[in-house]
Design a protein around this ligand. Structure first.
Ligand SMILES: [Zn+2]
Ligand SMILES: [Zn+2]
Ligand SMILES: [Zn+2]
Length: 289
């Protein structure tokens, strides 16, 4: 089906239509999941995590090896339990039940892997290019959508970023996870050519979504966006490109990496309009876990 304001941008690939309001469709290939790009050594579609042997309808922390190893992240209806901590320096890593688990598809530890469930619309904003709004109310803690695209290596991300001109949109998100042991895991996702609805989300210094790396079947995290607050129908959805967990202490900030990353790259002006607006778009996204 086609026509103004009446098109499924995903072409039937999502569980639900991604509405598109505009006359010219932006050029990119819609794909709901991460795909392996240059420099990414693990295929994100490969199952690399072990599964539990629960035979119950839904896993419970008393008996489930997944929940015992990684902790419980969701409540019975699939809302994130730790929303209040999402804006603090530490985000708990989320591991869902996976393709090797013997629990049912409706296990409460399966949320992000079920994909998009909300009616979202890509629309043209007045001064910030494309944006995404929700056509229905979203309760706090609800999974909204993924930021999916090509998963690439550091050198490829750097190469692509340096090749951008000031007119290009920068879509690359770099997520850095700091483990307690001092090790750092970096994930770079670029939805410029292949991506999902997440690529149209605008940055805000006062966002209503936050991003958490969620592992479902693979060790390669999915960059999942959750509602930071109750969101009303028709509100624009935004997240902080510099990370919901950016309130970290200076000691933990990886300044060396950041300098390398931002060197030679021009920052863009932020038009989010929030009272705490930093006036420049952030470049860097870090998560401590
Ligand atoms: Zn399960
Ligand atoms: Zn289980
Ligand atoms: Zn499991």
């Amino acid at each position: 089906m086609s026509g103004y304001g009446c098109e499924d941008m995903s072409g039937g690939q999502e569980e639900i239509w991604v509405l598109f309001q505009g006359s010219t469709r932006p050029e990119f290939q819609y794909f709901p999941d991460n795909v392996q790009g240059p420099g990414c050594v693990v295929d994100p579609s490969e199952v690399t995590l072990p599964g539990c042997s629960c035979t119950s309808h839904s896993c419970s922390p008393e008996s489930c090896s997944c929940l015992q190893t990684h902790g419980q992240s969701y409540d019975a209806v699939g809302k994130l339990l730790t929303v209040h901590r999402a804006n603090s320096a530490h985000c708990s890593p989320v591991f869902e039940c996976n393709a090797l688990c013997s629990c049912s598809d409706s296990c409460s530890n399966r949320v992000v892997q079920r994909g998009l469930r909300l009616r979202l619309e890509v629309f043209s904003t007045q001064d910030r290019g494309w944006g995404v709004r929700t056509l229905e109310g979203i309760p706090q803690g609800t999974f909204v959508c993924e930021y999916a695209g090509e998963v690439i290596g550091y050198l490829e991300a750097r190469r692509r970023q340096l090749a951008q001109t000031s007119k290009d949109n920068n879509y690359i998100i770099a997520v850095r996870e700091h483990a307690g042991t001092g090790s750092i895991t970096e994930t770079f996702v670029d939805p410029a050519k292949v991506g999902n609805v997440g690529r149209f989300l605008n940055h805000s210094c006062s966002p209503n979504l936050f991003m958490i790396p969620v592992r479902t079947h693979s060790l390669v995290p999915q960059l999942a966006l959750f509602a930071a607050q109750d969101i009303g129908a028709n509100e624009e959805l935004t997240f902080d490109y510099s990370g919901g967990c950016s309130d970290q202490s200076p000691m933990q900030k990886d300044d060396v990496f950041k300098d390398k990353w931002t060197d030679g790259y021009q920052r863009k002006v932020c038009h989010c309009g929030a009272t705490n607006c930093m006036k420049l778009l952030p470049l860097d996204f870090s998560i401590l876990s």
